[in-house]
Design a protein around this ligand. Sequence first.
Ligand code: PLP
Length: 409
Amino acid sequence: MYKVNKNFLKLPGSYLFSTIARKIREYQEAHPDEEVIRLGIGDVTQPLAPAIVDALHAAVDEMASAESFHGYAPDLGYEFLRELIAREDYQARGCDIAPDEIFVSDGAKCDSANIQELFSQDNRIAVCDPVYPVYVDSNVMAGRTGNYDPETGTWSDVIYMPCTEENGFVPELSPYDPDIIYLCFPNNPTGGVMTKDQLQRWVDYANKNSAVIIYDAAYEAYITEADIPHSIYECKGAQYCAIELRSFSKNAGFTGVRLAYTVVPKALGFYSSSIGNASLHDMWARRHGTKYNGAPYIIQKAGAAVYSDAGKAQLKEQVAYYMNNARIIKEGLTDAGYKCTGGVNAPYIWLKTPDGMTSWEFFDYLLDTAHVVGTPGSGFGPAGEGYFRLTAFGSKENTERAIERISKI
Ligand code: PLP
């Protein structure tokens, strides 16, 4: 008789977005004439930029001809894209990253969930609290998290590093000696960032303690301030301790197109006489080669267009469009007396709920009175309680109307 992976059964239901959807549905049934504005989702809404659409069309035409048809893509990514990424995203910033340290994939969600396969069961993970839930859930599936406490929504073997108003939404160096440290900056959901000095301290800590940092830089394109690092490899010694995840979803509107990459430096790993050469680069290459058959040629060509002059200019405008929404939200809410952070280097605004309301109480209040939907902070971890996430990914018109409504209440 087959046996199941019991770790899956330990996972609590994914209540956050299903509860939000149910509450909106019930509200709309009871108030069919009210128009609900959604500022809760983390999905982009602007259409693909023309340079990307042109590249997609051209690649489809190539696929339609016997001379230029492409079958399976190289499982680590086409050279033309890996070279562009290495040059434009890293070498141009002074980071010594080579094309063969880049692994192209179809999403940072899968990469961030899959990367834990490289590590043995007995590693301790540390995550920011609040946290993008994939990091924790993928480790639960692998049995690396201990027991669930439904009261706090936490796992006994996971080190939660609170990111609060007091520490500026930047985690403090963990006293618990984690082996694997997940950092996401600019942060989802808080919109917080680390300065280069702060990140350097984490890199030094990881190198000193032989830990690995998994650095999720999915929102790198939204950085506007000069002292905020775009990549962890801007820090000295990061090639010995860090894996970086990047996505084309938020900088280029690829959420429905699917393209991402992971950087695993060749310097990352160690030699031990008992197990031999443990190169994380070689292990990830092996995993990719075995379990993945490459992102589609058409999509990788579209990815290359992101780095063209036209692509860069159009995407700069697209990011600026969302960041203008972020400014509208942040300024409007601040004027209305709310306390909020984020929205300067990230498309997320993290709002402190007023009058000691819980995150869900504020959700209900906002839906009832302003007919605006956001995401309760408590859904991202215990330190998210008393906070609320609004996103800049809507249209300008809806963003303005939503903030007008909130200001009136
Ligand atoms: N990482 C973070 C922090 C995210 O917020 C998201 C999506 O919202 C992802 C990764 C997923 O990116 P992708 O669309 O490439 O799977």
